[in-house]
Design a protein around this ligand. Sequence first.
Ligand code: SF4
Length: 281
Amino acid sequence: MMTSGHLACPGCGAAIAMRLALKSLGPDTIVVIPACCWAVIPGPFPYSNMKVPLMHTAFETTGAVLSGIRAALDIKENKTTQIMGWAGDGGTFDIGLQSLSSAAERNEDVIYVCYDNEAYMNTGIQQSGATPEFTWTTTTPVDFPKMTPKKNIDRIMASHGIPYLATTSPAFPHDLMAKFEKAKKIKGFRFIHILASCTAGWKIDSEKSIEVMRKAVDSKVFPIFEVENGEKYTINIEPKGIPVQDYLSMQGRFRHMTQEQIESYQQYIDKSWNWLKKQAR
Ligand code: SF4
């Protein structure tokens, strides 16, 4: 469903994620992509490395376009085709949040995927709502890094009471593929949040991509869990509990952080993890 010849940078986590997701969903899938790196990755018309129907849409409209395609397929009595939105963090946490929330509130029968590389990578690495506190981006330079925490999109989406929400990572391909397999069998709105490394924006070597995404999970920075009907929390991968510094020190975007900021970030991650553990009891 995804052939060679794509235009992503080597080591792009979002490219690996799409290949795995489509392996699970299969050829009977329509993909909707707003402005983001993935609007470029498949290649310019008439060339495409995607072997499924693909629709490009405006930044803010992914939720609305998914809803429209669902309505059209319902009129044709097509209940089998999967409809998947595939948006970056800017198009999800920020610009597309309104149409995403509306589609979730209507419980549209679609899958919405956010591949989250924690900034607007396609337009030059600007801060997004997904950018963690203290991070360097081109709009939060080293002397003025971001000073507010990452928006908690999972809690926002879980509060809609949607049938299925999951987080996953290309560093754990079996988990990622199993979650798409599971999502495929559920009716109603499904939200899948993928942490996807960006070699340019995270300032890492391409061959370190999988290792850094694995450390995000093992340091509890990006826990792997699912939420059913907004209530039933399950942690799917138990982190090793390595210090967050092990994750941060691999990436140039955190290189300026002071010891005090690293400790503050560790406390924030511990607090978030404890909250999640309580929900999953
Ligand atoms: S800029 Fe980042 S997200 Fe975009 S294609 Fe390159 S590695 Fe992937």
